[in-house]
Design a protein around this ligand. Sequence first.
Ligand SMILES: CC(C)(COP(=O)(O)OP(=O)(O)OC[C@H]1O[C@@H](n2cnc3c(N)ncnc32)[C@H](O)[C@@H]1OP(=O)(O)O)[C@@H](O)C(=O)NCCC(=O)NCCS
Length: 161
Amino acid sequence: MRETCNPSVRIRPAEKEDFHKIKELNKKTIWQEISDDAKSRISNFDELYEKLWPAFSQKQGNAFYVAEDSNGEVVGELWVGINKEDVSGLTEIAWIYDITVKMGCQGRGIGTLLMGKAVEHANAKGFKKMGLMVNAKNTKALKLYEKLGFQTRNLIMFKNV
Ligand SMILES: CC(C)(COP(=O)(O)OP(=O)(O)OC[C@H]1O[C@@H](n2cnc3c(N)ncnc32)[C@H](O)[C@@H]1OP(=O)(O)O)[C@@H](O)C(=O)NCCC(=O)NCCS
């Protein structure tokens, strides 16, 4: 069954109580899209999320936003923080760690709105550059980022050894 989407959405900072909604949103979207290989490394989504969340939410520089519809449903989330620009570790830049939009609400501009909020947040913190990491096969996300002016600089490669 196709999920419905309420078109009236606002972006606001996430509150502590949103944790559960963000987790459920990610479970229904990212979890559905990741490869079986990645899934085999993450056996229990809820457990992993609950273990990682305290560290993520408390880390200095991390900020979380949600896209909330007029019924109070969280249909999108954004996690923006800080990262090193390169291995020298000399320069810090703003970093998108996570962005998700509910399946039935994708393609309606919510991802673009969340990315706009990320830029606004970064500028308010004094950053003039932003980076992110994305799976090379994630066409939807790649298209969004390229449309917004992100350019590929590094590729990360993996191999079982
Ligand atoms: C990536 C994601 C956040 C985009 O959110 P969204 O709300 O659909 O984005 P928008 O509606 O603002 O679309 C912006 C652009 O993204 C691209 N895009 C969105 N949906 C697409 C699709 N189904 N196929 C191809 N490109 C798509 C298009 O370039 C689009 O611009 P256009 O409408 O002018 O063509 C969303 O697809 C998502 O949550 N994906 C699963 C989670 C994920 O992969 N997150 C990224 C982790 S790095």
